[in-house]
Design a protein around this ligand. Structure first.
Ligand SMILES: Cc1cc2nc3c(=O)[nH]c(=O)nc-3n(C[C@H](O)[C@H](O)[C@H](O)COP(=O)(O)OP(=O)(O)OC[C@H]3O[C@@H](n4cnc5c(N)ncnc54)[C@H](O)[C@@H]3O)c2cc1C
Length: 415
C-alpha cells in the first residue's frame, strides 16, 4: 500500500481545479485511491483500514473533492464485492465507483420495515428476465438514482427469509415511478417507489437466486457501519450520479459551491449539536449557573466523549483485529446521543424552540437539529432492532421468539 507521500505526489500530478468532476473521479478510481480497501481494479488496492485513513487524510489536507459519496460506495460496493460475479463487479461497481451512477436501496415497504423479510414485492420469471411489481418506501436518493438495490420475492413457496432475491433494478425504465417525500425537518431526501411490471435480467441478480437475504445482510451491516462512522472530516463531498449535472462541471466550481453551502445556515444539516455549542446556548439563555443544567451539560459532554472515543477504538481495533464496538452499538449510541442533544438543547432555549426558519436564531439551527434527531434512530434499522442484534449476535442471547420460521411465505397471515 502506498503511504501519504506518494498520495501527495500523485495529487501534484493529477489534481487541477479545471478538471471535470467525471475526469477527477476517474483518476482517483483508476489510481486505487477512491476506496483503498477495495480490490485492485475496483477503485482500491486492498489496503488496511489504517492505510485507507491515511489516504483520506491526505486528500482532505489537500482540499480536493473526495471519492463519490452515497449508498453505492457506503453499502452497495461492499455488497457486490462480497457476492457478485467478476462480470457483475465490472458492470456495476466500476461506473458507481467512478461516480457515474448513484444507487438507492429499495428494501423497506409499507408492510415491511423492521420485519424486512415480510416484503411482498414480487419478481416473476419471464424467460431470461424478471417482471417486478410492488411498492417500496423511505428510499433515500431514489429520485436521483440510476440503479436500485432491490429485494423482491422470487419464490413465495419458501419461508419468508428464503425465496427473496437481491436484484439490481434500472431506475430509468417504464414501470418505475418515484415520488419524493418531505421529512419533518424540511428535507426531501427519501421517496416512495411504485414498481409496475418493471423488468430486470437474470444477470442482474446478485448472489444465488432466492438467496437475497444473505446478500442483504452484507448491505445492512455496511449500512449500520457507515451510519455510525459519519462523514470524513475536511473532505469536500459531492453526491455520485448524473442527475444534478455535476459530472461535467469543473471541480473548482464545485468546491466553491460547497464552501458557500457550508457557510449558509439554511443548508446546514446536523443530527446533533456538540457539547461546546450546548454550553454556549446555556450561557446565551442565562441558565448556565443552574445546578440541574450544569449536571445535564456535564453528562452530555461525557456521553459525547465516550461516543467519540469508542469511534476511535473501533477504528484502531479494526487495524489490530481486537474486539471493538460494532456498527450496531455505534449506531445505537449515536441515536441516543442525538435524542439527548435534542432534549437538552430545546430545554435550554425554552419557548424559543417554538420558532422556526428566519424567525429563530441561526435560522432555526437548534430546532432543525432536533427534528433531524430521529434519522439515526430509524434509518438503517430502529434502536429496538439494534438492541435485538446486539443481544443475539454480540451477547449470544437466545433469538427472539418467532412462529413463522418454517411456514411458506404465501401461507403466512399478513396484515
Ligand atoms: C432517514 C431514513 C432513511 C431511510 N432510508 C431508507 C432507504 O434508503 N431504503 C430503505 O429501504 N429504507 C430506508 N429507510 C427505512 C428504515 O429502514 C425503516 O424506517 C426502519 O427499518 C423501520 O421500519 P418502519 O419504519 O416500517 O417501522 P416499523 O418496523 O413498523 O417499527 C415501528 C416500531 O416498532 C418497533 N419494533 C418493530 N419490530 C420490533 C421488534 N422485533 N422488537 C422491538 N421493537 C420492534 C420499532 O423499533 C419501531 O419503534 C429509511 C428510514 C429513515 C428514517
Amino acid at each position: 500500500m502506498r503511504t501519504a507521500t506518494p498520495v501527495s505526489e500523485w495529487l501534484e500530478a493529477n489534481w487541477s481545479l479545471d478538471l471535470t468532476l467525471a475526469e477527477w473521479w476517474r483518476r482517483l478510481f483508476d489510481a486505487g485511491f477512491a476506496f483503498p480497501t477495495w480490490p485492485e481494479g475496483l477503485g482500491g488496492s486492498k489496503a488496511s483500514n489504517a492505510d485507507s485513513r491515511t489516504v483520506t487524510s491526505a486528500l482532505a489536507a489537500a482540499g480536493v473533492i473526495g471519492p463519490p459519496a452515497g449508498n453505492g460506495p457506503n453499502m452497495g460496493g461492499p455488497t457486490l464485492i462480497a457476492h457478485a460475479t467478476p462480470e457483475q463487479r465490472q458492470r456495476f461497481v466500476a461506473p458507481m465507483g467512478r461516480g457515474q451512477h448513484q444507487w438507492c436501496q429499495l428494501f423497506s415497504e409499507p408492510g415491511a420495515g423492521s420485519d424486512l423479510a415480510s416484503l411482498a414485492t414480487k419478481a416473476e420469471r419471464d424467460g431470461d428476465e424478471f417482471v417486478i411489481t410492488g411498492q417500496k418506501v423511505w428510499n433515500s436518493k431514489a429520485d436521483v438514482s440510476e440503479w436500485g438495490m432491490l429485494l423482491a420475492r422470487t419464490d413465495p413457496d419458501q419461508p419468508k427469509h428464503r425465496g427473496i432475491s437481491f436484484i439490481m433494478l434500472d431506475m430509468h425504465q417504464p414501470g418505475v415511478e418515484v415520488r419524493p417525500l418531505v421529512q419533518m425537518n424540511g428535507a426531501a431526501e427519501f421517496c416512495e417507489v411504485f414498481i409496475t411490471e418493471a423488468r430486470a435480467k437474470r444477470t442482474d441478480v446478485i448472489g444465488e437466486l432466492h438467496d437475497g437475504w444473505n446478500v442483504a445482510r452484507t448491505t445492512l451491516t455496511n449500512e449500520r457501519a457507515s451510519a455510525a462512522a459519519g462523514r470524513s472530516r475536511g473532505l469536500v463531498t459531492v453526491a455520485a450520479g448524473s442527475a444534478e449535472g455535476n459530472l461535467e462541471r469543473p471541480v473548482g466550481e464545485l468546491i466553491e459551491r460547497s464552501r458557500k453551502a457550508v457557510a449558509d445556515p439554511t443548508k446546514r444539516f446536523e443530527l446533533l449539536l456538540n457539547a461546546r455549542k450546548m454550553i454556549a446556548l446555556a450561557q446565551e439563555f442565562g441558565v448556565a449557573d443552574q445546578p440541574c443544567v450544569r449536571d445535564r451539560l456535564m453528562r452530555y459532554h461525557v456521553h459525547s466523549e465516550v461516543y467519540r472515543l469508542n469511534g476511535q477504538r473501533a477504528r484502531d481495533g479494526a487495524r489490530t483485529a481486537k474486539a471493538v464496538p460494532d456498527g450496531s452499538m455505534m449506531k445505537l449510541d449515536l441515536a441516543m446521543l442525538a435524542h439527548e442533544s435534542r432534549d437538552l438543547s430545546l430545554s435550554l432555549i425554552g419557548a424559543e424552540g417554538m420558532l422556526a426558519g428566519d424567525d429563530a436564531r441561526e435560522h432555526g439551527r437548534v430546532q432543525r437539529a432536533g427534528l433531524s434527531s430521529f434519522v439515526p434512530s430509524l434509518g438503517g434499522g430502529t434502536n429496538e432492532i439494534q438492541r435485538n442484534i446486539i443481544g443475539e449476535r454480540t451477547l449470544g442471547l437466545p433469538r427472539e421468539a418467532g412462529s413463522d420460521g418454517d411456514i411458506a411465505f404465501r401461507d403466512l397471515r399478513r396484515s
